[in-house]
Structures are given as C-alpha cells and as structure tokens.
Design a protein. Structure first.
Length: 330
C-alpha cells in the first residue's frame, strides 16, 4: 500500500509540475544536442554527409518507482548520394507512471542547395507523420470496484512540418509540431486538444579558422525556443557546445540551461544539463545529466541519459559546415 501511495504521488506531481513536457507527442529534452537534431526537426533528416542511426535511453529520478523513462531509436538518410530527398524513422517508448505511449514517426525531407557547393548554403523542408498508442495500466489499482484491473489503450495520429536554412556555420530551424487538433489521450477527456508546439532553433558554429587563426577548440552557441499554443507556455534553451578533434576522434561537451515561462505556474521549472560525448570513427557515445534547479524538487538524483550512434555510408564533406552536418571522414 505504501508503494501505491508513492506511485500516486509521483503521478500527481508529473501531471501538475511537468504538464508541459507530458503533453508532447514525443517529449522534448536535450537529445538534439547529442548529435540528434532530427528528433526535434524533421527537416534535419539526411541533412549531412552521413546516414545516422541513434539510440537514446533516458531515466528521470533514479530510485523513484514508476518515474518517467524514454527510449528512442531513430534513423535518417538520403535516398541516394546525389539525391536531394531524404527520409527518417523514429520508434519511441515513453513511460510515465501508470501511463505509457509507444509511437512510430516517419518523415520526408527535401534539401535545396542554394549555391555551387563551395560554401554550405541550403534550404530544407520536412514533413513527419506520427502514430501513437496510449496505454493506461490499471492492473495495480485495488480497493475500488469501479476501476477494472485491465490495460486500457487507444491510438491517435498527428503530423509535424519543418523548415531549415543553413549558411556556412549558421543553422536555423522552424518546426510546427502536432499540426492536427486531435486528442492526445482519449482516456483523459480533460486533456486539451490543442497540442501545437512552435519551435525555433538558431546556432552558429565557429570553426578553427573562423577568426583568421587556429582555435584550440571549436564552439557552437545555440538557442531553442518553444511556444505551446494550448497552454501558452514558453520554454527557452540556452546552449553552448565545444569540440576538439584528434586523430580519428572528436571529443565534445555541451552545457544547456532550460527555463520554463508559464504564467499559471507557482514556480517555473529550471534545468541545467551538462553533456559529454565522443565520436570515434563512425561511432558515437554521449552521457547527459539533467539537474532541476528549483527549490521544490521530488529528488536530487537528477535525470540520466545515454546516447549511442553509428554513422553509415559517410561521404566526404562537400562544403564547410557544423559537425552536425559534416561528420568525421576517413
């Protein structure tokens, strides 16, 4: 019984203090900084010089029963070496207390070169379609005859539209997520139907010769802004990422500060997320730790995530651009 109350308390806390995150079709964390911009913006599918296979596993509040967890498996690639068209696939499993959702996302992107190839100048468009199955596990609910000890499930679908523009070290994305005004979860009639989320990402990569001299490290400041139409909530990420190249190896680290701006919140959430990673030949590994900085938190254990990746069919870079566009090539 004590375990039941702990689970119930965690569920209530998630619904009220993290409502903005839980309303996403695919929750938005700092995965995109682990060389996985495609999880956030469909227009990033096949955008670089390699095909990318990525796996992420995230666990919140270690040691707390039924704490949120998320696993994703994604792949995106050009249709061919000289094709402007690209595709992407995402499988995800998002569990939050008694509620979970499993989904599949397929996307198509088209990349339009805007120069002769001497510099990276490209306009990209992307469209994604998502199918999600929601589940509510009531088998552990006891003591109420009105609640059936079953797993209830329902499905829904949605779509995203995305556009991107890159010029040398500049990267910019705009994405509208959840275009269709369909219910996220028919098991909860109180949940808003409008789940549209407008996302803007801007970044600039300073390579080793950007200032006319060799830099010891390369760095990339960026910002990501979200506006959730249904709740009016605003979210801002302020990021800084640094790279250091060695023979066949690239070490990198990032720091991200996230702040929620919700007029209805008693205390707006703040998160600090350091990330470390390594790219060796065509392999990638990163570790992410997120610490909530508010005065009132459930636990100090933080959120942990690992990302594993492999680059396939890597081609020689055609023009200068950020590491997200041009992976190491040997």
């Amino acid at each position: 019984m004590e375990l039941f109350y702990v689970r119930f308390y965690v569920l209530l806390l998630l619904l009220f203090s993290l409502k903005g995150i839980s309303q996403e079709t695919l929750p938005i964390y700092q995965d995109y900084l682990s060389d996985n911009v495609y999880l956030l913006h469909p227009s990033a599918a096949g955008i670089g010089n390699t095909s990318k296979l990525r796996f992420t596993s995230r666990q919140q509040w270690a040691g707390i029963p039924d704490a949120p967890s998320l696993q994703t498996l994604s792949f995106h690639s050009r249709f061919g070496e000289y094709s402007n068209g690209a595709y992407g696939l995402v499988l995800f499993n998002d569990k939050n207390g008694f509620h979970s959702q499993k989904g599949f996302q397929g996307s198509y992107a088209y990349h339009l070169p805007m120069s002769d190839g001497k510099i990276f100048n490209q306009l990209s468009f992307g469209l994604a379609f998502t199918l999600v199955q929601n589940q509510s596990d009531q088998r552990s609910f006891t003591g109420d005859a009105a609640v059936s000890s079953i797993i209830e499930s329902t499905s829904y679908y949605n779509s995203d539209f995305s556009v991107a523009y890159h010029l040398r070290g500049l990267s910019s994305y705009f994405t509208i997520k959840n275009l269709l005004l369909t219910p996220k979860n028919n098991l909860n009639l109180q949940e808003p139907l409008d789940l549209r989320n407008y996302i803007v990402s801007l970044g600039y990569y300073f390579d080793k010769n950007r200032f006319g001299q060799d830099l010891f490290v390369q760095f990339e400041p960026s910002i990501m802004l979200q506006f959730k139409q249904g709740t009016g909530e605003r979210v801002a990420d302020f990021n800084l990422k640094a790279y250091k190249d060695f023979y066949k190896t690239q070490l990198w680290a990032a720091i991200s500060y996230r702040r929620n701006f919700d007029v209805n919140a008693i205390e707006n959430a703040q998160y600090l997320t350091p990330i470390i990673g390594i790219n060796y030949k065509n392999l990638m590994f990163s570790y992410t730790y997120t610490n909530q900085m508010n005065e009132t938190v459930l636990t100090n254990s933080g959120f942990h995530q690992i990302s594993l990746g492999i680059n396939l069919w890597t081609r020689e870079p055609r023009a200068a651009g950020s590491p997200n566009l041009n992976q190491l090539w040997f």
